[in-house]
Design a protein. Sequence first.
Length: 688
Amino acid sequence: MPTNAYPADSGPLQVRGACPHDCPDTCALLTTVENGVAVRVQGNPAHGHTDGVLCAKVSKYAERTNHPERLLQPLKRSGPKGSGQFTPVSWDEALADIAARLGAIAARDPQAILPYSYAGTMGLVQGESMDRRFFHRLGASLLGRTICSMAGGEGLVYTLGGKVGMKVEFFAESKLILIWGSNSIGSNLHFWRYAQQAKRDGARLVCIDPRRTETADKCHEHIQLRPGTDAALALALMHELIVHDWLDHDYIAQHTVGWEGLRERALQWPPERAAEVCGIPVEQIRRLAQDYGTTKPAAIRLNYGMQRVRGGGNATRAVACLPALTGAWRHRAGGVLLSSSGQYPVQRAQLQRPDLLAGRQPRTINMVTIGDDLLREASPGFGPKVEAVVVYNSNPVAVAPDSAKVVQGFAREDLFTVVLEHFQTDTADYADYILPATTQLEHWDVHLSYGHTDVLLNRPAVPPLGQARSNAQVFRDLAARMGFGEACFADSDEQLCHQAYGEHVDFGRLLDDGFATLPIPDAPFAEGGFPTPSGRCEFHSARLAAQGLDPLPDHVPNHELPERSAAYPLAMISPPARNFLNSTFVNVKSLRTIEGRPLVEIHPEDAAERGIADGGVVRVFNDRGSYQCHAAVSERARPGVVNGLGIWWRKLGLNGTNVNELTSQALTDLGAAPTFYDCVVQVERADT
């Protein structure tokens, strides 16, 4: 069929696409269309990594696209902010008013306008193309997009040189796999299938996680350390590798920098010290070190859960050093993988056109601190007060930390807010205009992955429902309304797909197959060649030293540490509920029914001390706020730690809040990222 047309009504057909959601797997999709309606979404069996299998969430994507609450026409606020009261308007009226109001603000200072977006879609076209061109041309404030992965990403950059690692398919050949900070069954399903293959072939699987996850249940061993102590564990493993000489001295000499300094640092961390910090048995550390030092090949699947604490960047650095010490990189089934996204030749400058700034250098506002920043007045250190926010691919009222402040900021009557959305989310309730956006089944896009190394193309399977428009089309329309005459604002969504990789990827192959594999060596660092300035794995980072930071990885304690005598004696982490993806899918009835209700998991000892019964309503609170939910009394929580499963929409919670009422705007050591899992609370029965 033509690449820019929908098929005629000639019975059922399947259209190739890609999952847009924030998951390492980036699955290839097949959408079945009948009579112009998407009736089924399944995995594409021709794509090796997907192999015809989807997670429970995305398998419901047709239900999400055809949801009776889909936003299908522009809406203008008709009641108080937060009331959710809107009146339908035409696209012409909405675009004219939005362009006029943004233009008036920009005439005073374009930095008073802030885009707010993240990974509601991971697509390069609908997530970071025409929108960036528009805001660059406008001169708006830049957004520091840090809310998920920046601490871990920076840790990789300063150690391995980028978001690079071993190829995921070769975990199937590993003999020891450390699954570190990841509930793979719930959030990285296709990696788990490789791990299961390795397990069937005799590999040992070890899960390192403060929560006893579904993944931990299926591993040979679970190391249930305290939140934020991962670097201490990694340093103790290094200590044992050194003391017992489980080292690859040749690999260290040829392909690393800073060995003597790291050796000295690691020898300060005997297992006894780390066991006390981590709250785990010392013998567990010794056994893990021996297994890692003597099993070939050994692989680490690191994920982003472990870096959402103050020392997240250092912890990532420490773990990323381990494979170079043992020479695990020599084997294609050895090494570490946190993210593969740095291996993609994305032409971001071509997509985003930073040249449209024309020499201007707008301020950058960190998306983590949106609660404080929307409440700031103009000042020399901050710049102009934020007068307008355009939100797309995100739901900050639900997902940003310290959400009471986020709500207060979005409730400002003098803040002009535009939200591009599929549904009337918590954030959309505070909008002045809601603009209906297409879903993945209705637009063009092209994708990378952070869990494998294939490029995927998404074709629209059905025409946009109602009056929905793609994100790129909305910003194209706004650019025209504001008189931006540069030729780049005329590029179509399909043309943007071509531009994303340029000549680095065969677009014809993408059109024919839906995916293309990048030509990356099976064992990319077997002979060194890291993308660092030195070309080596950098235990010692001269770049960090130049910033006045510790050039060696170390354990950095959490901002908030529980004390039994304190007002908030429990640590809290907030991992994702299995059937949601951040705040996406919360309003899909079938998935919400499976998930049941907002929960906090609490260990039986902590529950008994507080008179809390399983299923009872509790109040979880600290100085930032209070959150009501149901208690799940369970050994999935370790003593002294509670697990607030997220992220429910606030308006679907018991008292109009969610777990982010409790999290803070404090930042990580590297990457200025959030510390969602660095939080102390108290829990009590709601009837007290």
